[in-house]
Every structure is written in C-alpha cells, then in structure tokens.
Ligand binder design. Structure first.
Ligand SMILES: Nc1ncnc2c1ncn2[C@@H]1O[C@H](COP(=O)(O)OP(=O)(O)OP(=O)(O)O)[C@@H](O)[C@H]1O
Length: 597
C-alpha cells in the first residue's frame, strides 16, 4: 500500500482534482441518502391514508411533493456524479501522462547495461501494465471509495438511531470482510507476479520478432515463434485458473457470510416491524439503507482486487524507477590544451562481472587531437568495446579513460557525449523525414545547415531525387533506403553534430562499390581536422591512419604507424600478407579479423 501512497505523492499537482472528486463523491453519497427517507415518508403517508388516519387527497399532495423532492435529489445527484466522473477521467489521463513520462525520462537515463539485459518488449509491456492498473485503481478509488465510506458511515449512524443492534451487526461485517479479503490477497499477488512475468516474456519476444521479421521469414520460423508465444500465454492461463479459483472460492465464502449477516438484519427489521416497534415507513427506510450498505461491501472485492493489481503494478514501476541513473552531475569537459584528446590508461573491462576473462585487459593508448587511430583485431576482440567505454556507455572496471585530460568516470556524461560524434556500424535511423534524421543531433539546425551536412556526406543528390526531397518520410529503421543511403544519412548526422572527436565503426557489410566509394569519401572528409577513432574493416582505411592499435585476447599487441607495423610481423603485417596471397584460405582468415578488402 505504501507504494500506492508514493504514487499519489508523485503527482501533487493532481491534488485539487482529488479534492474535487472527493467532494463530488461525498455530495453524491449524501444526495443518495435522501432517497430512502423520501420513499419511507411516502410509504407512511400511504399507509396512513389506507388505514383512514389521513384523507386521501392530503396523502396524494404529500406524495406528489415527495416525488418532486425525489426527482430534485436524483437530478442533483446525476449532475454531481457526472462532474465527478469527468474529473476522474481527467485525473486518470493526467496521472497516466505523469507516470509514463517519469518512466520514460528514467529509462532514457539508465545505464546501457540495463538495456543489454532487458528485452524491449518487456520494458514496454511492464510500463503499459503498471500504468494502466495504477490509473484504473486510482480512478475507481477516487470515484467510489469516498461514496462508499460516506454511505457506510451514514447507514451505521442512522441504523444506530433506529435500533443499536442493527448498527453493531453492520459494524462487524466491514472489518471482518476486509480482513478476509486481505488474507486472500497475499497469495493472489504471488500468482499475479508469475503471470506478469510470462506475459512480459511473450511481449519481449513479440517485439523482437516484429523488429526482425525478415529473419523469421527467411528461416521459416513463424510457427515456432507462435508456439513459443502461445506457450507463455497458456502458462498465464493456467496460473489464472489457480489464482481465480482460489480468489472466487474465498469470495464465495465471504459473500455467503455477508449474506447470512444481511439475512439476519432483514429478519430483525421484519420482526420488529411486526411487533410494532418500527412503522412500515421505518421498515422501508431501513431495508433501503441495508441495501445501500451491501453495495460498498460487495464493491470492496473489486476495490481490493484492483488495489492488488495496482500494488503489483506499482512494484514493477518502482523497480525500474529505483535503478540508478547514469551520472549527469559530473564536471564539464574543458578541452585541456596539450593533453591527448583521448587516452586509455591501463583499462580493464568486462561486461559481465563474473566473466573469467575480461574483454579489455590493461589497454593503454593515446590519441592526440586531430589524429586518426584504427583498431584492428579478431572479431569479438574488443574493438567496439573501446568505443563504448569512450562514449561512457559503460564504466571502465580498472584504469582510466580520459578525454582532453579529464577522467571520463568523473565527467558529466552528456558533456562527454557532446564532444563525440559517432557513426555506428549499423546506420540507425528513426521513422520520420530525412531532415529529422539528419538533424537528430541538433533539431534546431537550419535547412541550409542540414543541406550542407547532406552535401558533405554525398547524400544531397539522392535526397533531392526523392519526391519530397528532405521531407521524404522514411520508414521505421530506415526501411525504404538502401544500405549506402542509410549510411550517408548517418554520416550527415555526424557532420551536423560537428564534434571534435569522431568514433567510426566501419560497416562490415560490403556495399556496392559506387555506394561504398561515396560513403568512404564522406567519412574521409568528416575525419579532416577531428580526432578519429576507427574500428576498421578495410585495409585501405587502416593504411591511411596515423596510428594502428592491434588487439589480441583483449590486450594491446602492438601500437604504431602503419609503415612500422607493416614490417613488424604482427597482426597488421599478417593481414597485409593475407591480402596479397589472395587465396581462399587467406580471405577466410581476413574475415576473422572483420576485414573486407
Ligand atoms: N553488451 C554486451 N554485453 C555482454 N558482452 C558483450 C557486449 N558487447 C560485446 N560483448 C562481448 O565482448 C567481446 C568484445 O566485443 P566487441 O563488440 O568489442 O568486439 P569487436 O572487436 O568490436 O568485434 P567485431 O569486429 O566482431 O564487431 C565479445 O566477446 C562480445 O561477446
């Protein structure tokens, strides 16, 4: 329950709405209480007329007035309930917005490690479920709980006024019912958690499959995917059976006990009326009051049920919110004069803390401002990891990564990343227009700046050829563009960012030669005057850099200029020899180093 209160404290701006909803609920409850008295009074008038104690015409006049009073109370109650319902809807929508944006904001600032270990679909499914269940509960609670509370209290007081044993019996029902319900809820929660885990796994896979549909089709795995998906849901159905059987069995017992108590209450009312202790009008009032008291007790099951879901949902929600965010309060990064732009000092790193062997093991190198450095090594040798650490996506396990003389571990990560433009191996594009994709680093860039960046990336030509030019909408993940076009848009994005450090993960897939030449030329231009770190997949690129770092088993094997390393007999020299050999075997070995040509 404390997590629910936490949610309420999350959105203090909604307090006026809660108050408004509570006030309208109280008013609606009070208006509803008028009905039994009006009907009771009308009954007494009619009984008096039938018994000949008053004239029929007096009775009819009174009954007409009472009917009008009934109508007025109902009209007022309808108005109040409608306004309260409207406020409830607005509150729920605003709550959903607040909770979703908090979650998204937090997610956007979680360390990369979180995303490595959590499926996208699971993140989305959790968010949807938590927030839907929380808002549904809050809406039901604010629209009904106060009405229920007021009705219950009023019924207790009024029945005590008529005959105290009625109130005592009623007063016992509520806590006992609540207690029984709460007892069932602990077991219910365990099942709910298990069900949610199954649904999240299925949703995670679902999102993966949708994103990689061509692979699923190419390997004819639609059936397997569907079966796996259905299995998770079958498990959820099986769990629901147990959970629901238990819940409804307990609920049946609760209701049975409740009905027994209400049966006793009605019996007492009838007997006392027969004995002449209550008038027929009193009896009518009391019977209606009892019916009104039954309502909250019955709704309590739903309230507890939705509260349970909300508690489970808010646990999931806070589990994500409690994950520590990336550091954004570190020092800003002044470009230290004379310091190397990038320096790795004895860096050791493993993605998995329990790994037997680190991915990087005592890696050290310097890159001076404006120089180009290439990383060469077998596939999986840790080249991309070097760039990941430079961007602060993961913290170094030991040693230090420095940018312009500042330890990355102490710096503000946003400030660090502002200094680095990255062209990823896979050009990641978003759905939207070409312009939006290029201007991703600087959404405020002018059209002229966007165009200049596209020109520098040799992309202007094909963009202009689109029907809508720069306003051409490209599909999700850039599906409507060729590989080379996507890459040039990614390069244009880096050009527009205009950062002093460039990280370039060369594409491992060979593009057709013309396209490749254009991408290469664009990258060459981009590197001019910038400190460039390149994960190289082409010997031509490697040949043109200032320094080569060769990596083997996570350690630096050699560092030197291309000419030096060409003679040293190390990895680079071997790669050159393999290229010259040109045999099938040699090509295979080159591929193990991710070298395409
Ligand atoms: N996010 C991650 N979580 C766990 N392990 C990872 C992660 N990324 C990479 N690895 C592992 O770290 C090692 C180094 O990977 P890295 O991507 O740096 O290699 P690479 O030299 O760039 O390879 P390639 O040339 O094939 O791209 C590999 O063994 C890989 O399995």
């Amino acid at each position: 329950m404390s997590s629910l209160l936490r949610i309420l404290r999350f959105a203090p701006q909604l307090n006026p709405l809660y108050l408004g909803i509570a006030a309208s609920a109280v008013l609606a409850a009070l208006l509803a209480l008028a009905t039994p008295f009006i009907i009771g009074a009308a009954t007494d008038r009619i009984v008096d007329a039938v018994a000949g104690r008053t004239s029929v015409s007096d009775a009819v006049t009174s009954v007409v007035w009472l009917a009008l009073a009934f109508l007025a109370a109902e009209v007022a109650a309808t108005a109040v309930v409608s306004v309260g319902g409207y406020w409830g809807d607005v509150m729920a929508a605003r709550m959903r917005r607040i909770l979703s944006s908090r979650y998204y904001d937090h997610l956007l600032h979680l360390p990369q490690r979180y995303f490595d270990t959590t499926l996208t679909g699971r993140i989305v499914s959790r968010l949807n479920r938590s927030i839907t269940e929380l808002t549904q509960f809050l809406q039901f609670f604010s629209n009904n709980a106060f009405t229920m509370l007021i009705t219950t209290a009023a019924v207790l007081v009024i029945s005590a006024f008529y005959w105290w044993p009625l109130a005592v019996l009623l007063a016992v029902v509520f806590p006992v019912y609540m207690w029984l319900t709460a007892k069932t809820s602990t077991r219910w929660q365990v099942w709910e958690g298990q069900k949610n885990a199954r649904v999240d796994t299925a949703s995670g896979r679902f999102a993966e499959v949708v994103a990689q549909m061509p692979v699923v089709r190419a390997y004819n795995q639609q059936r397997t995917e569907l079966v796996g998906f259905e299995e998770r849901f079958d498990e959820a159905v099986a769990l629901t059976r147990e959970q629901s059987r238990f819940w409804h069995m307990m609920d049946a017992w609760r209701r049975l006990a409740l009905n027994a108590v209400f049966g006793a209450l009605y019996l007492l009312i009838f007997i006392r009326t027969a004995q002449g202790e209550f008038s027929v009008g009193d009896m009518v009032i009391l019977i209606q009051l009892m019916a009104m008291a039954r309502q909250p007790v019955m709704s309590m099951s739903y309230l507890v049920d939705s509260a349970q879901r909300a508690v489970a949902g808010s646990k999931d929600y806070f589990e994500v919110l409690e994950q520590p965010r990336e550091r954004t309060d570190g020092r800003a990064l002044p470009a230290g004069a004379g310091e190397p732009a990038v320096r790795f000092r004895d860096v050791t790193f493993a993605y998995d803390a329990d790994a037997e062997r680190p991915v990087l093991d005592g890696v050290s190198f310097d890159v001076h401002a404006g120089r180009k450095i290439a990383f060469v090594g077998e596939s999986g040798g840790g080249k991309s990891t070097v760039t990941n650490l430079l961007m602060g996506l993961y913290p170094a396990g030991a040693g230090a990564v420095e940018v312009f003389g500042q330890d990355v571990a102490q710096t503000d990560l946003a400030a660090l990343r502002a200094l680095i433009a990255t062209v990823f191996q896979e050009p990641h594009l978003f759905s939207g227009t070409v312009r939006e994709n290029i201007a991703y680093a600087r959404p405020d860039a002018t059209d002229a700046e966007v165009r200049a960046a596209a020109k520098a990336a040799y992309a202007d030509g094909f963009i202009e050829a689109f029907d809508d030019g720069y306003d051409q909408v490209i599909g999700e993940r850039g599906l409507r563009l060729s590989g080379g076009q996507k890459q040039r848009i990614a390069v244009a994005r880096a050009v527009l960012k205009d950062a002093p450090i460039l990280v370039l993960d060369e594409a491992t897939s060979a593009l057709d030669t013309k396209s490749e030449r254009l991408v290469q030329a664009a990258l060459e231009d981009l590197m001019v005057g910038r400190t460039s770190l390149i994960v190289a997949h082409r010997l031509s690129t490697i040949r043109s850099v200032d320094t080569i770092v060769t990596l083997r088993g996570g350690r630096v094997e050699e560092i030197g200029a291309p000419d030096e390393l060409a003679e040293s007999g190390g990895i680079y020299a071997q790669l050159l020899q393999l290229q010259q050999a040109g045999t099938k075997e040699a090509k295979k070995m080159l591929r193990e180093y991710g070298i395409l040509g």
